[in-house]
Design a protein around this ligand. Structure first.
Ligand SMILES: NC(=O)c1ccc[n+]([C@@H]2O[C@H](COP(=O)([O-])OP(=O)(O)OC[C@H]3O[C@@H](n4cnc5c(N)ncnc54)[C@H](OP(=O)(O)O)[C@@H]3O)[C@@H](O)[C@H]2O)c1
Length: 399
């Protein structure tokens, strides 16, 4: 248990999309928000760290899902937070959590929700979204800076593999269990992204052994350690042909109508960078899960991004008939009651503590003020300067 957090202030600082934001303007603003009181089943958390992710850029530079419309007040950014429990709402029969005031915690939360978004000094988070930063975790070298960036994309990995692709991930994993699809090829494109690294580690742990990764060559050794049997560099001009040649040699022949790569995960969702190459690889019967939003145009200095939430509208006529496209939307993972109850409170910390999943490398974004740190992280995302790492930064100035 860490020292108790400071006394709870009536208001606190938060980072939101500026009310005057247009996708091409400097979009972030610092403002003062009332500090909420925890409702039953919630924890009030003094937020010390957060992590920035591409979704912030999609919100700020692409107005993802109405984030620039300001219909319900300022849109506070931040899908993830770490800090110390300062108060607990009344007990909630549904909440399995054993949290106490003073516990250090980390959480994947809903950005845009003023109570729980991550880029603010105090947040009220439902207990089912909270993981404890245990002494066991710290003993494994997972401190707050490492932990704070994990949940969003580890939850995404479980959601895309178990939910969108329908591959079993039983928890706890029965002794000696192997999945029926253990030998089926799973292609992970964008494997050095934060999502991709967790996807590989999740697949490896649950026994999916025929994993193919596409990422920059400098990450291949790490990805082999995470279970990739073969790695390809997407920056090489003939990468699609190289992947197809490997599939030809490694997959052998399949029964009629059986795709040689039945499972494909696009961890990036870029029309030209990932989806177009995948249209040449996916065969009828393959399931292709794509991280949403699909990026038609990436934001660049002064230019908004163009995004699409319906993967079925992208590259029509270019997918072979019978390819099944799925758009991944992790924010909806709690529709699965088991995952809602167990994923963040229990499974995420256990996977880390047992060394099954290694956190992404972190890059600490420095800056004199909260706004400066948030803006610098957003600029790094806009410049596509993030590679095999997670951007984390300090929120409250004091513990
Ligand atoms: N809808 C959802 O539920 C959901 C959930 C989580 C994330 N996402 C989305 O998924 C995307 C990835 O998120 P993230 O946090 O994992 O991002 P990230 O780690 O910041 O992504 C950076 C990585 O992308 C890789 N990359 C870029 N273009 C690529 C390409 N054409 N082929 C292969 N790799 C490429 C780079 O790989 P190299 O280093 O190898 O160059 C780099 O390491 C984002 O758009 C995010 O918004 C969606």
């Amino acid at each position: 248990m860490s020292p108790l957090p400071p006394s709870i202030p009536p208001t606190h600082l938060a980072i939101a999309l500026s009310p005057s934001s247009s996708p091409s303007s400097t979009p972030l603003a610092l403002f003062t928000s009332p500090t909420p009181t925890p409702l039953p089943g919630e924890a009030l958390i003094h937020v010390t760290w957060t992590a920035s992710s591409p979704v912030d850029l999609h919100r700020a530079a692409g107005g993802l899902l109405g984030s620039l419309e300001n219909a319900y007040g300022p849109f506070i950014l931040g899908c993830t937070l770490g800090g110390v429990v300062a108060a607990l709402g009344e007990a909630d029969a549904d909440a399995q959590s054993q949290l106490e005031v003073g516990d250090e915690v980390f959480a994947f939360v809903q950005d845009g929700e003023a109570r729980q978004a991550g880029f603010q000094e105090w947040a009220c988070v439902p207990l089912w979204k909270v993981s404890r930063l245990t002494e066991g975790l710290k003993g494994k070298g997972v401190g707050m800076e490492e932990a704070v960036g994990v949940s969003c994309n580890l939850v995404t990995a479980v959601e895309v593999v178990g939910g969108d692709l329908g591959l079993a991930l039983p928890w706890p994993k029965p002794e000696g269990w192997t999945p029926p699809e253990a030998g089926e090829m799973v292609l992970v494109w964008g494997a050095a992204s934060s999502v991709g690294m967790y996807v590989l580690q999740v697949l490896k742990y649950w026994g999916y052994g025929n994993l193919v990764a596409v990422a920059s060559e400098k990450h291949h050794e790490t990805l082999r350690g995470y279970g990739a049997r073969a790695c390809f560099d997407y920056r090489r001009p003939g990468v699609v042909e190289e992947v197809l040649a490997y599939v030809e040699s490694a997959a052998g022949s399949k029964g009629a109508g059986q795709p040689r790569v039945p499972f494909i995960i696009d961890c990036i969702g870029s029309v030209e960078g990932t989806l177009r190459p995948l249209t040449k690889i996916a065969e009828p019967g393959a399931k292709v899960a794509v991280m949403l939003p699909v990026i038609k145009v990436h934001a660049s200095e002064g230019q908004p991004s163009e995004l699409e939430m319906d993967v079925g509208k992208v590259l029509p006529g270019e997918w072979k008939e019978g390819v099944e496209l799925k758009g991944t939307r992790t924010f909806l993972y709690a529709k699965n009651d088991f995952l809602k109850k167990h994923l963040q409170p229990e499974i995420v910390p256990a996977l880390l503590e047992q060394g099954i999943v290694e956190p992404n490398k972190v890059r600490v974004v420095e800056g004199k003020t909260l706004l400066e740190r948030a803006q610098r992280a957003l600029d790094l995302l806009r410049d596509q300067a993030v590679s095999g790492e997670r951007l984390v930064w300090r929120v409250a100035e004091e513990d």
